[in-house]
Design a protein around this ligand. Structure first.
Ligand SMILES: CC(C)(COP(=O)(O)OP(=O)(O)OC[C@H]1O[C@@H](n2cnc3c(N)ncnc32)[C@H](O)[C@@H]1OP(=O)(O)O)[C@@H](O)C(=O)NCCC(=O)NCCS
Length: 173
């Protein structure tokens, strides 16, 4: 699969050859701190498990639902994908970007394209996103894409022995 985002960014499946770049990018503690399910330290075995999950999801749904974010010279710089997909109804979106690429508008356009694809291809009426209350950049990405905050989730997350508040966002059509 190949989804064009703009003249600099496109989305494809994850590939075994993404392992070294993925381990390097997710070695960044700042990504771990802002996300819910990405392990830290992130190992090659974590990538192998992840690749297996994406392959099984592709088999289950007949097409990829997890996308590798790539530059136009095919460098792997992040991920964006869906979980809990029920075609004709809803799915949950998640995403991360390698730190050197933050603040350039990349994820805002990736989320826009991924949601456009999901809404049209899978006939979704609802896409949700759960984020840490403190993740202002992620909230902004969602709001710029029409997501609305539906709820404040007090002590919703338990991470490293601490409770964290969350926010539930949704895009409904
Ligand atoms: C969240 C993340 C994906 C954003 O990606 P990005 O490509 O840098 O985002 P964009 O450049 O498209 O947009 C970021 C927006 O947040 C804003 N922003 C950035 N840091 C912010 C902060 N600390 N407080 C408020 N807004 C902030 C930017 O100004 C921009 O908004 P604008 O276009 O109105 O100026 C990236 O920071 C990341 O990967 N973080 C770690 C993983 C993560 O948080 N994943 C999401 C888990 S739910």
């Amino acid at each position: 699969m190949h989804l064009l985002v703009n003249d600099q960014i496109h989305l494809t499946e994850f590939r075994p050859s993404d392992k070294a770049a993925c381990v390097q990018h997710l070695g960044d503690r700042e990504i771990y701190d802002r996300t819910i399910r990405i392990p830290y330290p992130y190992t090659e075995a974590d990538f192998d498990n992840w690749l297996e999950i994406t392959i099984k999801a592709t088999e289950q749904h007949g097409e990829p639902i997890h996308f590798a974010i790539r530059t136009n010279d095919d460098l792997f710089i992040g991920g964006c994908g869906f979980d809990g997909l029920t075609k004709g109804h809803r799915a949950e979106i998640g995403y991360w970007l390698a730190k050197p690429h933050w603040g350039q508008g990349i994820m805002s356009t990736v989320v826009s394209r991924a949601c456009e694809h999901a809404l049209a291809s899978w006939k979704l009426v609802r896409i949700t996103a759960h984020i840490f209350e403190s993740n202002s950049a992620s909230a902004r990405v969602l709001e710029k894409n029409g997501f609305v905050c539906e709820g404040h989730l007090r002590k919703h997350y338990l991470k490293d022995g601490r409770f964290f508040n969350g926010n539930l966002y949704a895009l409904v059509r």
